[in-house]
Design a protein around this ligand. Structure first.
Ligand code: ACO
Length: 437
């Protein structure tokens, strides 16, 4: 095949350049050859918020945002959600291939083996205030595991990486369940190895005095599907944090805590909690149009709407809507669904949202199911973080194994003062400071 090349004429010097195009991209470092004169650093690309910059090559997740396509390792999300368990998908995401029966059995066994928390970690959790936000507790506890497993520092050792991956996937539901029990003042429940990943999570959340917890199979399957949908989403804000922190060879526990911190923001995974607050604020179907008008007038954003990549219906939102119907058969219909459906209908017919290609994203319906399952909104982002841990770890592993990756260190375009003389304190005047802008 003929090589693809971008020919550029630098009008500053009249010098021509041929820049190779690979996988539909030019390398930003190739621009450095273009210098305005001797001593010039060379041309840089400027891309705040990475709107058009690929930071890595990845073979994990494919998204076509215009067509509303999401695939893990080539498999359409719809097929995985219908046919697989969450741990089967986790194996696929981490290893690149669907497991055989034996491989799955071994993987499930290894993850299940690591669901326990060290008793001192439990004590650590006890120290949080009773009203601590579960996401803050989750982030801190995952980071604290770094002190329990100092061997996690061996990030260049594949066997050590495998062990930490199994530990993290095994322990995040336990931590999540403990944050929930802590907020209610309930005693912690130990994991039960007989149960599946999601059933065991439900056991640790909701077991009371019964000798053996039995999960409602419809609800356990719905949670498993939600976990599959949330497992990875290529280079989103938190995956980028995972890779950036991991690029300094920090251990995967602190990297995962950093990624979870990124997820907690209301523009990322924190949006599902915000959606519920918004639906509460709207209150009834009749108030939806007025609320949408307020948003269009510039008062806030419609939470659970819009996406950096999807300019079409988020395929995950479609599957969640389907899963919601299954859950409501078992739990009764969440009355907020009617407000959400009306909101979606009005927004999708409105010129403001059509023009900006704003569609419901994964967070729009997930909160409604979570609430029907019995979770408080404060838990929603933690529920997102459990399965996303798999995606973060797969992204981290891929980054570590990529010979092209180095410590992540962006450039900047400096716009501050040129050098200036130091002013002694008695001669300084009050000036507007940049911090309060
Ligand atoms: N409600 C109303 N208007 C919106 C919304 C929204 N939810 N989202 C974007 N817009 C508008 C913007 O105001 C902007 O309008 P303008 O061109 O008139 O200035 C235009 O649409 C483009 O939006 P950007 O902010 O440039 O889009 P960006 O890609 O930077 O942001 C984001 C994506 C952060 C998801 C945004 O759509 C948003 O804040 N949505 C609400 C929060 C949310 O649901 N987040 C969850 C995302 S999914 C996830 O992280 C798991």
């Amino acid at each position: 095949m003929e090589k693809e090349v971008l020919s550029i004429l630098d009008m500053r010097t009249n010098a021509p350049y041929d820049i190779p195009i690979e996988n539909g991209a030019v390398r930003a470092s190739d621009l450095r050859r273009m210098k305005a004169g001797p001593g010039d650093f060379g041309l840089m690309s400027y891309d705040p918020a990475f709107l058009n910059t690929a930071s890595c090559q990845s073979a994990i997740t494919f998204i076509d945002g215009d067509k509303g396509i999401l695939r893990y390792r080539g498999y359409p999300i719809e097929q995985l959600a219908e046919k697989c368990t969450f741990l089967e998908v986790a194996y696929l995401i981490l290893n690149g291939e669907l497991p055989t029966e034996l491989q799955l059995k071994n993987f499930v066994g290894a993850v299940t083996h690591h669901t326990m928390l060290h008793e001192t970690t439990k004590t650590f959790l006890t120290g949080f205030r009773h009203d601590a936000h579960p996401m803050g507790m989750f982030i801190s506890t995952v980071a604290a595991l770094s002190t329990v497993y100092p061997d996690a520092k061996n990030v260049l050792d594949p066997e050590a990486r495998k062990l930490q991956i199994q530990r993290l996937i095994g322990k995040v539901p336990t931590i999540a369940a403990y944050t929930y029990r802590h907020s209610l003042g309930y005693p912690y429940i130990y994991p039960d190895d007989d149960l599946s990943y999601t059933e065991n999570f439900m056991n640790m959340l909701w077991k009371m005095v019964e000798p053996k917890y039995r999960a409602n199979p419809v609800l356990a399957r719905a949670l498993d599907i939600l976990f599959i949908l949330h497992a990875d989403h290529e280079q989103n804000c938190s995956a980028n944090v995972m890779r950036a922190v991991g690029s300094s060879q920090a251990d995967p526990f602190v990297c995962t805590a950093a990624a979870a911190a990124a997820l907690s923001g209301p523009l990322h995974g924190g949006a599902n909690e915000e959606v519920l607050k918004m639906l509460d604020e709207i209150g009834s179907k009749e108030n939806v149009r007025g609320y949408v008008d307020k948003i269009k007038a510039g008062h806030g954003k419609l939470m659970g709407f819009g996406h950096r990549i999807y300019k079409n219906y988020d395929p995950r939102a479609r599957i969640i809507k389907w899963a919601a119907d299954q859950v409501f058969v078992a739990t009764g219909r969440n009355p907020k669904l009617d407000i959400a459906l009306e909101l979606e209908k009005i927004a999708l017919e409105d010129e403001y949202f059509i023009k900006r290609k704003l569609y419901p994203n994964v967070d729009f319906y997930s909160g409604i199911i979570y609430q029907a399952l019995g979770f408080k909104p404060e838990m929603f982002t933690v529920l997102f973080a459990i399965p996303r841990t798999v995606g973060w770890l797969a992204q981290w592993q891929e980054m570590i194994q990529d010979p092209e990756q180095k410590i992540a260190r962006p450039r900047q375009l400096y716009t501050g003062y040129d050098v200036r003389e130091f002013v002694p304190i008695e001669q300084r005047e009050v000036r507007a400071t940049s911090a309060t802008r």
